[in-house]
Design a protein around this ligand. Structure first.
Ligand code: UTP
Length: 234
């Protein structure tokens, strides 16, 4: 079985508690896990940002605000595990070593954040290295990596493919505060570069995009690769 790591943005899975997509994602993740060994790293979403806005209002430092964000990612991960039932390993992995160990069960492994100063994309990038993933998927709320923020710049265009070096150029210029909302954080980009594991950034707002991409190789998004390993289909 090939290994797949998915960074499932909280903005996709739990943009807010009222608008979660856990119900839609459960069958999608179960289907992928029938063919591949699956590791899912869940983000904090809108609720993490709400908590972090309060910590800032209280004058709490960024590192502590990150810790609050991590707790929310783990809360989201706990809900996803419970919704996946028997198909998921029953505990949130709190380190990469734990995630690797839990993966030996053959069940879907779910985790959230682990350490301040980064996002769950970085967690997922390192996890891809640790488990020897064939591909690292970043399911997010845009359909790929753009020349500029497509929400702010109507002239922004999407890359179909890019090298990890180009990715680093783009994300290296972005700020990283607690709750920041960039397409990928710089730690993740650096790990993608050194791991040689292809990264696919795609639109996770439609859960079926994940099955189409992983099982059929059909997707709209950006492939970040140095050409050493073939991305999708696996
Ligand atoms: P994320 O930024 O990864 O979740 O974590 P998200 O915003 O839901 O992801 P996207 O944008 O949809 O992909 C939420 C916050 O938790 C803290 C950071 O403050 C981060 O902004 N965090 C998360 C950490 O400090 N360390 C981690 O390892 C993970």
């Amino acid at each position: 079985m090939k290994k797949v790591v998915i960074s499932l943005g909280g903005s996709i899975l739990i943009p807010s508690l009222e608008n979660h997509t856990i119900r839609e994602y459960v069958p999608v993740l179960k289907k992928i896990a029938k063919k591949h060994r699956l590791y899912v790293v869940v983000g904090g979403g809108g609720e993490a940002r709400r908590y972090i806005s309060i910590t800032r209002e209280l004058g709490i430092d960024e590192g502590t605000s990150d810790e609050v964000g991590i707790l929310i990612t783990r809360l989201n991960a706990t809900m996803l595990i419970a919704a996946l039932g028997e198909d998921a390993y029953p505990k949130v992995a709190e380190s990469h070593a734990e995630a690797k160990k839990f993966g030996e069960s053959g069940k879907i492994v779910v985790m959230g954040g682990i350490t301040p100063g980064q996002t769950t994309d970085a967690v997922a990038a390192v996890l891809s290295e640790r488990v020897g993933a064939s591909v690292f998927i970043n399911a997010t709320s845009v359909d790929g990596i753009y020349t500029a923020d497509p929400g702010k710049d109507p002239g922004a265009t999407r890359f179909d493919e890019m090298t990890p070096k180009k990715l680093l150029e783009i994300v290296g210029a972005l700020a990283l505060g607690a709750g920041s909302n960039n397409v990928l954080d710089v730690v993740a980009a650096r790990v993608v570069e050194r791991s040689h594991i292809p990264l696919v950034v795609l639109d996770g707002r439609e859960p079926k995009n994940l099955t189409n991409a992983i099982l059929k190789g059909k997707f709209t998004g950006t492939v970040v690769s140095d050409g050493k390993k073939k991305p999708l289909p696996l």
